[in-house]
Design a protein around this ligand. Structure first.
Ligand SMILES: [Zn+2]
Length: 278
């Protein structure tokens, strides 16, 4: 398997990453290769590789200006999104690419996608409605009318592996489809004014009816779907019977550590948290 390091906040796992993100927009910097997006997927070339050395063939199809995001293996790399796709070009899903990639590819794609998302979502000012433009040296988009800056949005989200003795609590989400057999963890966004630890207790209670004992932070992962920062926790079960939140979950149950069902791919923090407590 190509994947071998994961991308969690564990310092030992971060040491092998060879992607250096730029700290801001550099309009004069030219890229040696490009990540090309279309309709939420990555356009792959004839070698079935996800990087392109030239954008010449895409000039008529770009929905916005290409942007350089960082250095991948010491080469400047950029990202661009297409509004249409020429005949004969193939795409692959981001998740399937990540599932066979290493932590360097994950770091590159996660950062690039979030820069692209920020430029799209902040094209206009939320205060006065005027168009925004890039600010050199930062990732802020600045309003041409009132000057209001908007930085890339990062949304904190908690995800928790809950243990009860030798058992782990695993759930299946409705959004993954009724046919999916993949079991994952309880997760949810942190609310305004809430601590991450309180969010863990609230999400577990809301989704499963269970209350927790000790809650401990483990590590984090930047998650580019579309701009989450996943804060990973381990918690001990305290009390309660499973009562599922049926709008979000289609299954929840306890599994012994020695007989776990299908789990998410190794690049996900969900899987890494399960592996962490085994
Ligand atoms: Zn404005």
């Amino acid at each position: 398997m190509l994947f071998n390091q994961g991308n969690a906040g564990n310092p030992e796992l971060l040491s092998g990453i060879d992607y250096q993100p730029l700290s801001g927009f550099q309009p004069e910097l030219a890229a040696q290769c490009w990540l090309v997006l279309y309709d939420g997927q990555i356009v792959v070339n004839d070698e079935d590789h996800y990087l392109w050395h030239s954008l010449d063939q895409f000039e008529a199809h770009m929905s916005q200006r290409a942007v350089v995001t960082g250095y991948l293996h010491e080469q400047a790399v950029g990202i661009v999104e297409l509004s249409s796709l020429a005949d004969g070009l193939q795409t692959t899903s981001i998740r399937s690419l990540l599932s066979v990639s290493d932590s360097t590819v994950y770091a590159h794609i996660s950062h690039s996608l979030q820069i692209l998302t920020s430029r799209k979502e902040h094209a206009f000012c939320g205060c006065c409605g005027h168009r925004k433009r890039e600010k050199s040296g930062e990732w802020a988009m600045v309003c041409t009318g009132c000057g209001h800056p908007t930085y890339p949005r990062i949304s904190p989200c908690v995800i928790v592996v809950v243990s009860r003795g030798e058992e782990l609590l695993l759930v299946r989400h409705i959004r993954h489809g009724q046919q999916s057999t993949m079991h994952t963890l309880v997760a949810g966004y942190v609310e305004p004014g809430e601590s991450a630890e309180a969010a863990v207790r609230r999400e577990v209670f809301e989704e499963t009816g269970l209350t927790l004992g000790d809650v401990n932070y483990c590590f984090s992962q930047s998650w580019p779907f579309p701009h989450s920062l996943m804060l990973g926790f381990h918690a001990e079960y305290k009390s309660g019977e499973l009562v599922l939140e049926e709008k979000e979950l289609c299954f929840g149950g306890w599994f012994h550590k020695d007989s776990l069902p299908e789990l998410p791919p190794e690049f996900t923090i969900s899987r890494q948290l399960v592996d962490y407590v085994l």
